[in-house]
Design a protein around this ligand. Structure first.
Ligand code: ADP
Length: 160
């Protein structure tokens, strides 16, 4: 069974991520989306909320599992019996960052392969940080994020 892990912050998940999940899940028996829990960073949404949004927004993908983790990614990947890490690429800036991460991963465990999938051009400009920025100023996020995220952001804005 070929298992891949797609790690990330997903704070919040965007339609760009979902597009990569849909394509990557067709290449593996199982795709595990691992929400990285960084205890040193104050998130926009809690890990629990992020997992909830991801679960709802990927209900149509049968071989996907949503999970959360902290600690070293290579150890997490091995614990999940996986040997492939999937990441997405939008820009040259992404490439530089991802390239370095992939080399670090190879240094830690040469048996784990990192693969990259290029963005759907429709979502090339979409990032979680951009969505957070728009949200802070009540900008329109429709079409950039799954419905459940859009509703949660709009509800939050009403409560502030
Ligand atoms: P991290 O904080 O680990 O970078 P993100 O949740 O921001 O986590 O992103 C996870 C992965 O998804 C990264 O590899 C990123 O390049 C990719 N990604 C983010 N947005 C898009 C998009 N619109 N299209 C394709 N890939 C994307």
């Amino acid at each position: 069974m070929k298992i891949a892990v797609f790690p990330g912050s997903f704070d919040p998940v965007t339609n760009g991520h979902i597009d990569i999940f849909e394509r990557a899940s067709q290449m593996f028996d199982e795709l595990i989306v691992g929400v990285f829990h960084n205890i040193n960073k104050k998130p926009f949404f809690s890990v629990e909320d992020r997992v909830k949004f991801l679960t709802e927004a990927t209900a149509h993908i049968s071989n996907i599992k949503i999970d959360a983790f902290d600690g070293l990614l290579n150890e997490y990947v091995r614990a999940k019996q996986a040997s492939v890490i999937v990441r997405g690429l939008r820009t040259v800036t992404d490439f530089e960052y991802e390239f370095q991460r992939a080399q670090m991963m190879r240094h830690l465990d040469s048996g784990i392969e990192t693969i990259f999938m290029t963005t759907n051009p429709k979502y090339a400009f979409v990032s979680s940080s951009g969505v957070r920025e728009l949200s802070n100023f009540n900008g329109e996020i429709k079409g950039l994020v799954p419905n459940c995220v859009e509703l949660a952001i709009k509800k939050r804005a009403r409560q502030l």
